[in-house]
Design a binder for this molecule. Structure first.
Ligand code: SAM
Length: 222
């Protein structure tokens, strides 16, 4: 059966509801718009076909090229922390499978997403176009530079880990904007929420996490 057929997408609706209840609501994700988006988006389409049956489990999944589709709870917690209301322009670094991109596209006006690995970017683009998202702009590049000619952004999400948040990205965050990123050592990080208000930048830890490295000019070297 075609992976995009409405029948197949519907057959996973029960697993999606269970994922949202048991993995997100139980752990404290409250934003109704995030919960609804994650109940709608067919996560199994972003998993490798052989792992489709595990798409709604409580784990990250490999997507090839040593990269991962993040655990549902982490996607929910990071998205909630961005505080999206619907009108934002959002920069995402690390398109990966495109699943998190889809969740943001449901909740914001426009998503600018950058992936350094061509194969992953192309694959994600194909899936997201198949799902008819019209508010996503893709780029294959080193995302540690950000997307200067589209800045400032209302929100920035970094889905790979660095020792520090690249200054280049902090500069591209608009006034009143929020940035979420996994920050720390290669094997263990804290999820950090940075908020910019005029000259003031506040920073809050949201808990432990473990992400693949952000590789590039202002991240880890290859
Ligand atoms: N959010 C993604 C999802 O839902 O599938 C998971 C992203 S995965 C954990 C991190 C991604 O960041 C990988 O695809 C990796 O290739 C990408 N990445 C790492 N360094 C990057 C960089 N400098 N610029 C753009 N993408 C980068």
């Amino acid at each position: 059966m075609n992976r995009l057929s409405p029948e197949l997408i519907q057959s996973y609706a029960g697993q999606r509801r269970k994922m949202v209840e048991e993995q997100l609501v139980e752990r404290g994700v409250k934003d109704l718009r995030v919960l609804e988006a994650m109940s709608r988006v067919p996560r199994h389409l972003f998993a490798q076909e052989s792992l489709e049956h595990r798409a709604y489990g409580d784990t990250p999944l490999p997507i090839g090229e040593n990269q991962t589709l993040s655990q549902p709870y982490i996607v929910g917690a990071m998205t909630e922390a961005l505080g999206l209301k619907g009108e934002e322009r959002v920069l995402e670094i690390g398109t990966g499978s495109g699943y998190q991109t889809a969740i943001i596209a449901e909740l914001a006006r426009q998503v600018f997403t950058i992936e350094r690995l061509n194969n992953l970017s192309r694959k994600a683009q194909k899936i997201l176009e198949g799902l008819s998202y019209m508010n996503i702009v893709f780029k294959m590049f080193d995302g540690t530079y950000g997307w200067p000619d589209q800045a400032p952004f209302d929100a920035i999400l970094i889905t790979a880990s660095a020792r520090e948040i690249p200054e280049s990205l902090i500069k591209q965050l608009g006034d009143g904007g929020r940035l979420v990123a996994p920050i720390g050592e290669a094997d263990k990080q804290k999820l950090v929420l940075l908020a910019k208000n005029g000259e003031r930048i506040s920073r809050r830890d949201l808990g432990d996490c473990k992400f693949v490295p952000l590789i590039g000019k202002y991240g880890w070297s290859q």
